[in-house]
Design a protein around this ligand. Structure first.
Ligand SMILES: NC(=O)c1ccc[n+]([C@@H]2O[C@H](COP(=O)([O-])OP(=O)(O)OC[C@H]3O[C@@H](n4cnc5c(N)ncnc54)[C@H](O)[C@@H]3O)[C@@H](O)[C@H]2O)c1
Length: 413
């Protein structure tokens, strides 16, 4: 289907109407083949905001619910998009799948390994897929790097790195005021809480679940100083000033893959710093580093005549030369939605998979294998960095040529 072309109408139920839910709903209702028939949040004021949003853009008042089970029970809902708190994603999606609805969930980590198996079992028992809406897999840079990896520019890949490095002290520290879920995770857990923004793209580079898989990890956590200090300075008149913060400021997770590659993930949300996903891709022919937007490709990067050592060059020319075909089409069509346009692409990938009734570009196995890193890093960090095995949710099928993959322009494989 050409970008912007109208397909079969998809009738959606939207569950979770916080900042992200409302933002993504606004992008979805700009698609002429999407109808939002029901919106849901546990808070009535947010249900009303969601209804008003649809009314404003479409002139139709969708049903409003505070119980998500009423949304998934509706006959006029084809699929649900779940934009709720991390710990509620799987339960809502699983119930939707058993009710016969295609499901998509926002990003986040799992609270237990068992939860990930429940998601996989729901897929296997119903034949219905659940897609993680990992927008960073559709980022312009990430897709360009994927194209370069696929064309062999880096040679054989050996190592990848990435991080969620985002100063969120304000959001977390004021979570009780803003009814935001993140605060309870940071106070009570200690883990790689948000692995998928970097792991999603890395999984595409390393063909995870498609001939490769992640086999084990170890995680270490630093002291927890940043959020505590912020709370004592900014929430001095509340019990939070003396609250115990469990989440270490920097959590580093090292993953080993079946084909021998290593992956390093960094979770860094409670210290002052500029935002970065800290990407690094390294193979037998060269290296790319996101932070300095720098690259070195053997045989192509010009040597510095005054030095005999290897030197960096800026990645600008590569970004143009290897721009992914989806991004070329997207720039012609016109960027829309949040986060530099990648939000629209991931939503469109989901909608078109529902229209074609085929496997989404990020499938249930991917979703489970990426989310489980949170639960496993929590176990490893609690044991001082002990290695823990990563389950094979495909139960051996990663070894064979699987046939159910997404097709079309949004496919990532
Ligand atoms: N991909 C991205 O770039 C990106 C950006 C921001 C947030 N997110 C993700 O989006 C999700 C939501 O984030 P947010 O910042 O909007 O959080 P939020 O807390 O503002 O909103 C979540 C909403 O879900 C509702 N909710 C929770 N449990 C529910 C249930 N059982 N039934 C119905 N509603 C329920 C809450 O009441 C709340 O309004 C998270 O998973 C977050 O990680 C992703």
């Amino acid at each position: 289907m050409k970008m912007g072309e109208k397909g079969k109408t998809v009738r959606l139920g939207i569950i979770g109407l916080g900042g992200r839910g409302r933002g993504q709903t606004e992008t979805l209702i700009q698609m002429p083949d999407v109808e939002v028939v029901a919106v849901c949040d546990v808070y009535e004021d947010r249900v009303k905001l969601g209804q008003e949003l649809i009314m404003k853009h479409r002139g139709i008042m969708p049903a409003g619910e505070t119980d998500f089970r009423k949304v998934i029970a509706r006959d006029d809902v084809d699929a649900v998009c779940v934009f709720t708190s991390w710990e509620t994603h799987v339960d809502i999606c699983v119930q939707a799948m058993y009710a016969g609805k295609r499901a998509a969930m926002e990003v986040g980590g799992a609270t237990s390994v068992d939860e990930c198996w429940k998601l996989v079992r729901a897929k296997e028992e119903t034949g219905i897929e659940c897609m993680m809406l990992e927008n960073c897999c559709y980022g312009k840079e990430e897709m360009t790097i994927l194209n370069m990896v696929n064309q062999g520019v880096f040679g054989t890949l050996v190592h990848c790195q990435g991080g969620y490095q985002h100063d969120l002290r304000d959001e977390i520290g004021n979570g009780d005021i803003n009814r935001h879920y993140r605060q309870r995770h940071f106070l009570n857990r200690n883990a790689e809480l948000y692995p998928t923004h970097e792991l999603g793209p890395i999984a595409q580079y390393l063909k995870i679940n498609r001939g490769n898989r992640m086999v084990s990890l170890c995680a270490m956590s630093s002291k927890a100083a940043g959020l505590h200090e912020w709370l004592t300075e900014n929430r001095a008149d509340t019990p939070l000033a003396n609250a115990q913060v469990n989440q270490g400021d920097i959590v580093t997770t090292l993953i080993k893959c079946a084909n021998g590659e290593t992956i390093v993930l960094t979770h860094d949300c409670t210290l002052p710093r500029p935002y970065s996903r800290g990407g690094r891709v390294q193979g037998t022919k060269g290296i790319w580093m996101e932070d300095n937007r720098s690259i070195y490709i053997e045989g192509r990067t010009q040597a510095d005549p005054t030095h005999w050592t290897h030197v960096w060059e800026k990645d600008t020319a590569y970004m143009e030369e290897y721009k992914h075909p989806l991004w070329k089409a997207y720039e012609e069509f016109g960027l829309r939605g949040g986060h530099g346009g990648m939000d629209y692409l991931v939503l469109r990938g989901f909608i078109e998979s529902v229209q074609k009734n085929e496997c989404p570009p990020i499938d249930t196995y991917d979703t489970a294998s990426w989310m489980v890193i949170t639960a496993l890093s929590e176990q490893s960090a609690a044991m001082g960095g002990m290695p823990v095995p990563i389950p094979d949710f495909t139960e051996g099928r990663w070894l064979q040529k699987r046939t159910e993959f997404a097709t079309g322009e949004y496919a990532l494989n």
